[in-house]
Design a protein around this ligand. Sequence first.
Ligand code: G3P
Ligand code: CA
Length: 304
Amino acid sequence: MHIHPAAAVTGALLGLSALVLSATAAQAAPARDQPGNPVTVSHRGASAYAPENTLASIDKAAALRIAWVENDVQRTQDGKLVIMHDTTLNRTTNVETLFPSRAPWKISDFTLAEIQKLDAGSWFNRKFAGERVPTLGRYLNRVEHNHQKLLMEVKAPELYPDIERQTLNELDNAGWLDREHLKSRLILQSFSADSLKNIHRQEADVKTGFLGMPAVADLPAYARFADQINPSHKTVTTAYIAAVHRLKGPHARPLELFTWTVDDGPTAVALARMGADGIITNAPDVVRNALEQKSFGLFIPSFP
Ligand code: G3P
Ligand code: CA
């Protein structure tokens, strides 16, 4: 069937204006990831544009209309849960200036009151001066306020005995273990299989992801406690993704695969074509836009 050029151009313009209008109308809430595309996950927030693992970084993701944010949870000396990637404070705060005699500046050697004195923004850019290391509680409230979804990593759990129980309790107290959050807004992930088994044993309804790339022969064992296998994009292959998808996880759904950390469009599109279910990125706008262009490319009107 041939489409008249004028009709095709009019149709394309109407489609474009509908897209612009819907983007404007939905400004307050994150956009839905397009069906058929992997979900885009903001790694440590939109950490290419704002200091990682801060409220500013998830607000930036929200401003970019990105629904999913990834973070890392650890524990202070006095037993409070905070959001930070490194197990030490010196890379992403001014701890060396405020506490020069406390090397090696482990999170587990500082109280929450001490950590809350730190500036977690200036290292990234002066315009973020005064940004704080968030507690898990404050972070959860902001993710909720932003209508976002959370991929939370239990970081270095071997350092923090029983952090799984404590994390689940905080999630529960903040309303994150209700049916809506469990169904579509929360995933807990870790590089530690033991930690994930612990989570699955305590709260079997929570969706979990294993960070790493187990041998294909070992995947059935992981599928007993993990809903996702989440490897580095540098090692993943089409065959591996297919092997993951062939199995069902503990909730009787096909295993998924989210891959990290991908900051350029062509790699994101290649991984989408390989079958990845999620792409974890510091630059979520770059990945989301590339994935959308890939989809819209299928619908460019053809002229006779
Ligand atoms: O979500 C994947 C990624 O966070 C794992 O690596 O070191 O950034 O926590 P890392
Ligand atoms: Ca992480």
